[in-house]
Design a protein. Structure first.
Length: 145
């Protein structure tokens, strides 16, 4: 289960069935991950007229999931590659934003920022990586999974 305060618009998570969904709205007890507008049009008869008139109906269809129904997506080398990371030497992974590069180390504990002073926090899930990159660089990571 993921807590609501960990999520924001655009985060990728998965349902218990393994379907990858994108958060569109964060609510108190659930999240919205898909909205569609269904348009129906039907002919109607207008009294006293030989012309056909049409009535349109717009219905918004919303897909919603409770927080206990969604799970985080674990970071793996395959996921990192789909996010645009490059791997040159074993655990070293590099992500580029414009002309800047961010170096990470990927271990069994998760993804850790490579700095002269070792980072204390490991990123284990895709939504954490998305949030980190957005807050640090302003870059919106949108992997196609």
């Amino acid at each position: 289960m993921i807590h609501a305060k960990e999520l924001r618009y655009g985060n990728k998570v998965q349902t218990q069935d393994g379907e990858v969904i994108t958060v569109q709205q964060v609510l108190a007890h659930s999240l919205i991950y898909d909205t569609q507008i269904k348009v129906s049009r039907e002919a109607t008869a207008v009294r006293g007229s030989l012309r056909t008139a049409y009535a349109s109906q717009f219905v918004e269809v919303v897909k919603e999931a409770n927080y206990h129904e969604v799970e985080p997506i674990f970071l793996t080398p395959r996921i990192l590659e789909k996010c645009g990371f490059r791997n040159f030497v074993r655990e070293d992974w590099i992500f580029s934003v414009g002309n800047s590069h961010i170096d990470f180390e990927f271990t069994a504990d998760g993804l850790r920022l490579r700095t002269p002073v070792a980072g204390q926090t490991n990123l284990r899930y895709l939504h954490q990586l998305q949030n980190f990159l957005f807050f640090v660089t302003g870059y919106e990571l949108e992997p196609e999974l």
